[in-house]
Design a protein around this ligand. Sequence first.
Ligand SMILES: C[S@@+](CC[C@H](N)C(=O)[O-])C[C@H]1O[C@@H](n2cnc3c(N)ncnc32)[C@H](O)[C@@H]1O
Length: 390
Amino acid sequence: MNRWEIAKELNILSLPVIVFHYQNPVEESLHIIKANLQRRHLNEGQRAMLLLEMDSFQQELEQQQQEAQERLRLSKGQGIKVVPQGTTLKGENGKAVDKVAKAKGVSPRTMYRAKAVKKANPQKARAVKQNKVSLTKAYQQVKAEEKAEEVRELQEAERLLTDLEIMDKLGIKVQPYDLWQFSECDDRFGHDYPGRIPGQLVAHCLYYWTEQGDTVLDPMAGSGTTIDVCELFNRRVLAYDAHPCREDITQHDMAVQGWPEQTAEAKLIFWDPPYFKKVDDGYGDKSISRLSRSAYLAFFEHMATTIPDAFHGSLAFLMSPYRDIENPLDSIWVHDYVNLFLSHGWHIQDLLNVPLTSQRVSPQQIKRFRDSKLLAWLMRDLVVMERPKS
Ligand SMILES: C[S@@+](CC[C@H](N)C(=O)[O-])C[C@H]1O[C@@H](n2cnc3c(N)ncnc32)[C@H](O)[C@@H]1O
């Protein structure tokens, strides 16, 4: 409900207003930013972004004023009268923005970070201004992207780095246990998407089960996390999805078309399917998450039996159990999938626990889980399988 609607609700039908007349849109924008800066609930990052925005409008306004003065100077004696536009906001312009920031309680460190984010990624700067992401987070993301860019440049210059050197440059620490914990998705890999996974998870799979130059196949690529990781780790990638959301993913419905012919070329299949109905309508109408329980399991059985014989690599299968609270017998556990593969000649090469991040569970949900004696679903396994080598 906006303020006018609340006023009407309270039977307040006339409100005093102040009408401003602006000489031009820049002046209007400046006025709006200044009014926004007065809002009490802004955090420091938001204030820093508004100050930077104010600074650039201020510079634009000054530029306009200078041009107007120049026109006035040139027109003298020619009978043309040009009036300089706008109002001067002395003391808040150019480099003085840091002084204004100090007066508004924004630290130099915050200003430094805000400038870095604005320069590197204006879209992210907007997100900070709208409080969709904190400045600290946005700054970390910008720095992380810089590191990725550095790796890309080195690779373009054909300076081959080892996997560990790439990990090091990207700030990824190898987790040497069979429990991998990644706190959240990383903006350098994939994008906002239902069921997206942290790129670090894919990077670890590449590190443990492939070599540089190998081909990796992702049959259900989603936002393309695997593609972005493979690019940085010098792997070829073949990515498919029934509903591709980017051009480097090939449209391919696994339920209808089966394994792509190119599967034989891969050294690793990295497979992150929908976890039955967990994301439910998050995917399109061709998604296997729309199938009934029996059709969904039959799909996996079919896929397990039809992986081309010419494929000699590993299959890294990422799966989370689906608990059916109303009908517990209809739950699907990770071993239900694994048994399908084992009964068709596959064996387990490695088994790891890669929990979902607890950030996905809101405090309200946690309370509900506690109160109703239910367990929140964080468990997820990575089952790496292969077939006996003949
Ligand atoms: C869990 S998401 C993958 C997320 C991905 N790992 C990421 O990080 O963005 C599962 C994907 O499977 C795809 N999918 C579902 N059914 C499919 C089918 N029959 N053939 C191919 N892709 C399918 C969905 O469209 C969805 O993008």
